[in-house]
Write a protein that binds this ligand. Structure first.
Ligand SMILES: C[S@@+](CC[C@H](N)C(=O)[O-])C[C@H]1O[C@@H](n2cnc3c(N)ncnc32)[C@H](O)[C@@H]1O
Length: 427
């Protein structure tokens, strides 16, 4: 319970669930689990349907049978691991999610950083050691981190390693993805987890779906805690930590660098340290926000940091032995000290009233108006597909309905149908 506002926060699967709207977050993640299992089941069904075709070679048959079986097995493994979320039996159907635009959000799907789980706890010993090694080169010594917060800890290996080799009395690993958190909980407790890896470029038929046994070298030392939270609305008191670590995190969080820096500052005690590690891949941000290392150095003092030291390296990254795909990343690690307050205090993202209160009228903004019109056109065109009409028939109806000029209608219908066809063929 929050003493200030009497709000209750559940503990789910033994992990404190410290989202500002815990029930909302629970229902969103539960929905994503239901989508993921539906997706795995429909993939398996599609593979089994291809098996019915007579023209399939023996090896292809073997691969489809292997991967379909793995999908079915993965469903029950995920359902067990994520059981604390509570499975939504009457979950929203995939088609409805597509319509609502809530189907597997690209940024927040359960399996977004799924390969990290396998790298952290199965085949990634070299990469995990290299990451820790970079922080050693930067800091010299991994002792004396004090109370440490690892933001966007993912599957949790770096937090585990830092806690194991250092002397921190408390290391809090936080993330918002319950699949990664629940797996990390098992591994920190010294229990193994078995899940499939589905590599991007499998080397062989068996490599299309590899049942991996994930485990930690030893149960975690006391004081390593997992917390489910949104880093943009962190549930920690200001000045609560001696060290904040952000591994492979600041460029995916979707906030401008100075705000991320200011948020980290608030979490630190005076004199506390911010350790950052990973890439600076801001390619999808607004142009002014695609900062490089020189700009980071310039921005940090404005966010209350000084004594900026960096260490750069070239490192192997996500080199699964089952995949032909592998990366080398040019990483940067830095450490900087909190010497003052940030120039601007970042606020939590404030949602409009109509999105928080179910009985408030939803305003018809120009963006929503545009969306409504395009959805109506979309629905109208889809409704024309009845198994009998040709492209030309549909174009004629669009012209009769005065939705398009004769010169453009046929081409537009073709483009629309081509896109539908393409979408139905890609996964
Ligand atoms: C690129 S991964 C890095 C994971 C881990 N640090 C590592 O190095 O393997 C980014 C992580 O940040 C998490 N994340 C992204 N946005 C978040 C947010 N708003 N709050 C909490 N975690 C977030 C993701 O779930 C993911 O685990």
């Amino acid at each position: 319970m929050c003493a200030g506002c009497s709000s209750g926060f559940p503990v789910i699967g033994e992990i404190p669930w410290l989202f500002p709207e815990p029930r909302q977050a629970l229902s969103e993640w539960r929905g994503r689990l239901s989508l993921l299992t539906q997706h795995l089941a429909s993939e398996s069904k599609a593979m089994r349907a291809s098996l019915e075709r007579g023209d399939i070679g023996q090896s292809t048959r073997r691969r489809l049978e292997h991967v379909a079986r793995a999908h079915d097995d993965q469903i029950s493994r995920l359902s067990t691991l994520l059981a604390p979320l509570g499975l939504d039996e009457a979950g929203i159907a995939e088609a409805t999610h597509r319509g609502l635009g809530t189907r597997l959000p690209t940024e927040q799907g359960l399996t977004n950083y799924y390969v990290n789980l396998h790298r952290d706890w199965s085949w990634g010993a070299d990469e995990n050691e290299a990451s820790l090694g970079e922080l050693r080169k930067l800091l010299g010594d991994l002792a004396g981190l004090g109370r440490t917060l690892v933001q966007g800890a993912g599957a949790g290996r770096l937090a585990y390693d830092l806690h194991a080799v250092g002397d921190a009395p408390l290391t809090v690993a936080t993330d918002f993805n319950p699949l990664l958190l629940f797996a990390a909980r098992e591994l920190y407790a010294g229990r193994a987890v078995e899940l499939y890896e589905f590599p991007i470029a499998p080397r062989s038929i068996e490599d299309h779906a590899v049942l991996r046994r994930l485990s930690a070298p030893a149960p975690a030392r006391d004081g390593l805690a997992l917390v489910a939270a949104d880093a943009l609305q962190p549930p920690f008191a200001d000045g609560g930590f001696d060290t904040v670590v952000t591994p492979w995190f600041i460029d995916i969080i979707g906030e401008p660098f100075d705000r991320v820096a200011a948020r980290v500052n608030l979490l630190l005690k005076p004199g506390g340290r911010w350790i950052n590690f990973g890439s600076l891949a801001f390619a999808r941000a607004a142009h002014a926000e695609r900062v490089s290392l020189e700009e980071v150095a310039e921005l940090l003092p404005r966010s209350g940091f000084a004594d900026f030291r960096t260490h750069e390296a070239s490192m192997p990254y996500m080199r699964s032995p089952a995949s032909r795909h592998a990366r080398v990343e040019n990483t940067v690690a830095w450490v900087t000290n909190k010497v003052g307050e940030p120039a601007e205090i970042p606020r939590a993202r404030v949602l409009p009233d109509w999105l928080v209160q179910p009985d408030k009228p939803v305003p018809r903004t120009p963006a929503l108006e545009m969306q409504a019109i395009s959805s109506r056109v979309h629905a109208f065109l889809l409704a024309l597909i009845n198994g009998e009409r040709s492209m030309r028939d549909m174009a004629r109806i669009l012209v009769e309905q005065r939705l398009m000029q004769p010169a453009e209608a046929e081409h537009a219908v073709r483009m629309f149908l081509a896109r539908l066809q393409e979408e139905s063929e890609t996964q």
